[in-house]
Design a protein around this ligand. Structure first.
Ligand SMILES: NC(=O)c1ccc[n+]([C@@H]2O[C@H](COP(=O)([O-])OP(=O)(O)OC[C@H]3O[C@@H](n4cnc5c(N)ncnc54)[C@H](OP(=O)(O)O)[C@@H]3O)[C@@H](O)[C@H]2O)c1
Length: 212
């Protein structure tokens, strides 16, 4: 498949990129700091670099985004600012991506959101969503509102706390809910799920909870 990865320089994206190449896909990484996608990442894959295209640009600019995702079969997003302060970056990113998808006539995308948006995520998730992560939660909600358009084939993935380390291959996925007692998931398992869902769509126009 021809895949575009957004957030390829981040924790999930850095794992997703070599995984996609190793599975034989053609990958475009569109990043504001493309120099971060170095030989270090490419060295993690045996796949020929001719299937990797790295583009630098502004992920909040719809024209640049449309040019980057042109001809993609699917866009995989692990975009996300790290700030806990009040921001509209996620919402603006969602708005930009939707505009670009329509311009480029690309229909399918997946985006990593947050389990804070589950109302039935449990006491701890609710507490964090309403206190320390209040701004993240509000902006993520706005982002999902922008993204969940009826004319596009979206899948929103809401993980709880992300962990580093190897894939566990014990991923639980529940449409519309956080899996029971799911407090963490490894970034590697999220990356694997994104790729699997891009190749074999099972959750089109659905929000999915994912955890170990
Ligand atoms: N951390 C958690 O426990 C947790 C839990 C649930 C959900 N999430 C969500 O999952 C997302 C992905 O996780 P992660 O660990 O892979 O995140 P991460 O390591 O922080 O990576 C975020 C990616 O977004 C990019 N980005 C951020 N702001 C940008 C901007 N203004 N313009 C262009 N690119 C921008 C970063 O690019 P640069 O490298 O250029 O900064 C990076 O590639 C998070 O951002 C969050 O929304 C996180």
């Amino acid at each position: 498949m021809r895949l575009t990865i957004l957030g390829a320089t981040g924790g999930i994206g850095r794992l997703l990129l070599p995984l996609a190449l190793d599975q034989g896909h053609e990958v475009t990484a569109f990043a504001r700091a493309p120099e971060k996608i170095t030989a270090k990442i490419a060295a993690k894959t045996a796949a020929p670099n001719s299937r990797l295209r790295i583009l630098g640009g502004d992920l909040l600019n719809p024209t640049e985004m449309a040019a980057a995702i042109q001809n993609s079969d699917a866009v995989l997003s692990a975009f996300g600012p790290t700030t806990l302060a009040s921001t509209h970056q996620r919402r603006n990113f969602g708005h930009t991506l939707v505009e670009a998808l329509r311009t480029a006539r690309v229909n399918r995308f997946l985006h990593v959101s947050t389990a804070f948006l589950f109302r039935d995520g449990g006491l701890l998730v609710n507490l964090m969503a309403n206190t320390l992560f209040h701004n993240v939660t509000a902006d993520s909600r706005d982002c999902e509102t922008e993204m969940t358009q009826p004319d596009l084939a979206w899948t929103i993935v809401r993980p709880p706390r992300l962990l580093n380390g190897p894939p566990t291959h014990r991923t639980r996925i529940v449409a519309g809910h956080l899996p029971q007692g799911g407090f963490t998931i490894s970034r590697a398992d999220v990356a694997a799920f994104l790729l699997q869902e891009a190749v074999t769509p099972r959750y089109i126009r659905q929000v999915v909870g994912i955890s170990n």
